[in-house]
Design a protein around this ligand. Sequence first.
Ligand code: DI6
Ligand code: FE
Length: 424
Amino acid sequence: MESKLNHVQTKQWDQLFVQGNLITLDAGVDAGWGLIPQGALAVSDGRIQWLGSMSSLPEIDPSVDIIDLEGRLVSPGIVDCHTHLVFGGSRAAEWQQRLEGTSYRQIAEQGGGILSTVRATRSASQDALYRAAAARLRTLLRAGVTTVEIKSGYGLDLETELKMLRVIRSLGETSPVDVHATFLGAHALPDEFAGRPDDYLDLVCNEMMPAAKDLATAVDIFAESIAFDLPQTERVLQAAVDLGFPIKIHAEQLSHMGSAKLAAEMGAVSADHLEYLQRPGVEAMARHQTVATLLPGAYYFLGETERPPVEALREMGVPIALGSDMNPGSSPLMNPLLVANMGCTLFGLTPLESIRGVTLNAARALGIDDQVGSLETGKRADVAVWDLDSPEELAYLIGHQPCTAVYISGRPVVNEPLDGPPDS
Ligand code: DI6
Ligand code: FE
């Protein structure tokens, strides 16, 4: 170890972060937080070149840009691996209807729900969609999010699905956040195809999906009694596989259909929601190492009472990720630490499982865990700095915003001055 360190050319480092309490989440170190108290982290070309304790730091070339973390907690940047943050309109009125007793399912069956957001998204300009989504993305960034997945699925026609995907591409170009687009044309059956789901899926598979090839990096489907059934799900996922897309699925959210098992067997990178997941689905996901992406915001906001089978997932070794599911209908949630808190309080995850869920396992749900999600040499220097004392506090405090700085590829993208004592 020592001799290797001595060979490090310090002057090749662009930046050196010093005096941070690092949570590496490096699975190779231990199965825990991978804590490095009083740690340092060196970056070149946007990648982590070295990390370790201050006491093992090699001699520092004076040309290195030094960032003093002043003893703060430092984690990998947060990865939000499941959002629908591009959409038109609002569903606040529908939420009030739900508070008065109408169910999410009833609203959907009356032509509201996803279809009401489809109408608003179709009539919104690309620019208006972009501006509304950019504001939401900024909220996530300030809260420590460095990578985000965003789904289409509120267009449900070729033109609007592509409009959404172009908005997602623009967000990736203009925001420092690393943005991953997922095509979700099979989110609901649009009005004009009422009673003709197979005709709609012809359009999804034969026209929309090939057209989305340059704009999206994965394909998702809402498999549910109010959306698409099992044979329809298989058809859409097979078309995606044939086009070379990684596949994801909204599975077992409101009822059990066996869709998580199907998707796992078809090689899905993740199956998401999973409140009604049963044992055979867990087993298939374990066998295929499909990531279980749990979305406690939707569980909370819909007043769901069926909990995903966390104990079975844990026992069988299924990797568990957490996402915000940020969307106007079932989870208008833009706070990743609250997602982690809900993972603990609502689903029974440990704070470590929750934080791993919004970092390393979320990266895995996007197939990019070789790039981001933990602090390890060779990975992108995506780093969040927190004004907190211990790692558990990341998932403990509710509604506080302790993120003081965010770096993406080593570049400072958020830098909040700490509130010090008043000047005397
Ligand atoms: N499940 C969800 O939670 C979101 N989509 C889905 O398939 C909700 C979408 C919405 O209600 O607008
Ligand atoms: Fe969703």
